[in-house]
Ligand binder design. Sequence first.
Ligand SMILES: [Zn+2]
Length: 126
Amino acid sequence: MAHPYHHSLSSVKKWGGIVEDYLRIHNWFDESKKIIADFRHRALRHHAEGIFMVETLFGPTLTLSTGRILPTRWVGEQHVREDLGFIPSFADWVKAIRPEPWMGRAPRVQDLPVLELIAVNGGADV
Ligand SMILES: [Zn+2]
């Protein structure tokens, strides 16, 4: 499954309605392709937290053009399962990130704002 349109067709087959009933949710999941154009874009939203974010952004339920009401999370779960085969947690994605030194770098003294320098020096003048 690649395009939000195809995810939407799958939603129509599953719950009825029309492609436009679902397209904005499936588009939201795949908007991260703007950031990175390969499958790694999925790390941003294709996980359990992303599915709950759908509920926050689009509301807890989706009313289809047929009048049927269904949980928006169901649509998110369908999207992620179709792309990945299961619903990972964000922690699952993080496990796949190779740590780099810059990720855990403590700030250098010259990068600290003046007030933090005063605190570091015990209140002594900087
Ligand atoms: Zn996707």
